[in-house]
Design a protein. Structure first.
Length: 407
């Protein structure tokens, strides 16, 4: 819904579709669980953000490899989809809006992950290829600031705002009883609501940042990169500045009061709400079983990381407990974190498909930033866990159980 809404803003403000690339999994508009087939809303009683939205890359086409090659303009290396890639040059302004799960030093795709190392290498390549005059990047994810802190230079004309700082969650908002889920994310809803109401030829990047930061009280909205052009108008990035017409709001209505929940807690909170709202004892029991299964799965994932940490520190239980307690370090060793998170995702739990597994990546950060615990030692510990099957995600088990209910 966030991605569809962002498309509607750009489209309404005069950016032609041939200059917009949309990647989204596209599994909710016609889901059996959607009470309004073909309609997606981003707030209670909101407009249909799915209407006429571009679908350049969907399903398995939404992956890091395609994302990188789209940004680099490598059409020959893109797999599937419309084949549309960025064709910008040194005089162009580029706007990127990314919405998904996150963890320290990584963001998720539906089936995979992208680390801070790879994302920043891609941005650097874009800069070296002179693919933009200025680039603005809005990132909605947990620990979003960790994708740029200590790694994004401040001299490349790249301006970033993030939904959260490097060590805290972003928040979902607007629980919908009919759909049994949340409709949006606080940071994204706030910047898009502002863009819907603003005069884009007068409001600046810094003005939008200040508004969104003040309205987003659930997480700390941050800025990174080159802040020297933050007085540029929004129209330069979210509209067509050459147009004489004023900006056209897609959803100008005032937002209703927000309920919010940390993004990692959405599966549990949604199930609790479904248990409360169940219309029969059998339906209630069905959701209770899902809830219990999810809690059990999370315990197994935590145990796996505990085993990895204990092996990596050579059975020093005191040190292992300290590492598992919480994140204690800023990310500076991006090479180690890239190698270990990639290995953990490939050999233990697919981080792109398992939201809770992302919640314990901080343990890898702690080890990567410690003296005496090498990347190779961590990866060796991960290898000893690789044969253990990872549990289904909440969404996987939910889909299977929903099919059983329908039968």
């Amino acid at each position: 819904a966030d991605v569809c809404h962002a498309y509607q803003i750009l489209h309404k403000n005069g950016i032609p579709d041939e200059r917009i690339v949309v990647m989204m999994y596209d599994d909710i508009a016609y889901s059996d669980n959607n009470p309004t087939p073909g309609k997606i809303i981003n707030r209670p009683d909101g407009p249909n953000v799915y209407m006429n939205v571009l679908k350049d890359y969907t399903k398995d086409e939404v992956n890091p490899k395609n994302f990188i090659n789209i940004l680099l303009g490598n059409k020959a290396k893109v797999s599937g989809g419309s084949g549309k890639v960025l064709k910008s040059g040194p005089n162009d302004r580029v706007f990127i809006n990314f919405v998904d799960h996150g963890a320290p030093g990584l963001v998720a795709f539906p089936q995979d992950i992208m680390t801070a190392k790879i994302l920043n290498e891609t941005i650097t390549q874009m800069y070296q290829k002179k693919m933009f005059k200025q680039l603005v990047f809005y990132l909605e994810a947990c620990e979003a600031g960790s994708m740029f802190q200590n790694i994004l230079p401040d001299h490349m004309n790249v301006y970033v705002t993030t939904a959260s700082d490097p060590s805290h969650s972003s928040y979902a908002c607007y629980y919908d009883k009919k759909r049994g889920t949340y409709l949006g994310d606080v940071y994204s809803v706030n910047w898009m609501q502002n863009s819907d109401q603003a005069n884009m030829k007068r409001e600046t990047l810094i003005r939008q940042f200040d508004i969104v930061r003040n309205k987003t009280t659930t997480s700390r909205v941050c800025r990174y990169g080159d802040l020297s052009f933050d007085k540029e108008d929004l129209d330069d990035f979210q509209g067509e500045p050459s147009s004489a017409n004023p900006s056209k709001p897609f959803d100008p209505e005032m937002l209703p009061p927000m309920d919010s929940v940390p993004a990692p807690d959405v599966p549990l909170v949604a199930l609790r709400n479904r248990i409360v709202d169940a219309k029969s004892e059998s339906e209630r029991q069905y959701y209770v079983e899902q809830f219990e299964n999810l809690v059990d799965q999370r315990m197994k994932i935590s145990k796996t990381m505990e085993s990895v940490v204990l092996e990596a520190v050579e059975n020093d239980h005191s040190l292992a407990n300290d590492i598992m307690d919480r994140q204690k370090h800023e990310i500076k060793n991006f090479d180690c974190l890239h190698a270990t998170t990639t290995s953990f995702s490939e050999k233990c739990y697919n981080l792109g498909k398992n939201e809770f597994a992302m919640r314990i990546i901080y343990a890898l950060v702690n080890m990567c930033e410690m003296e005496g615990v090498s990347s190779s030692k961590i990866q060796s510990a991960i290898n000893k866990e690789k044969l253990k099957p990872w549990p289904m995600t909440w969404s996987d088990s939910k889909n299977i159980n929903d099919q059983k209910m329908q039968q």
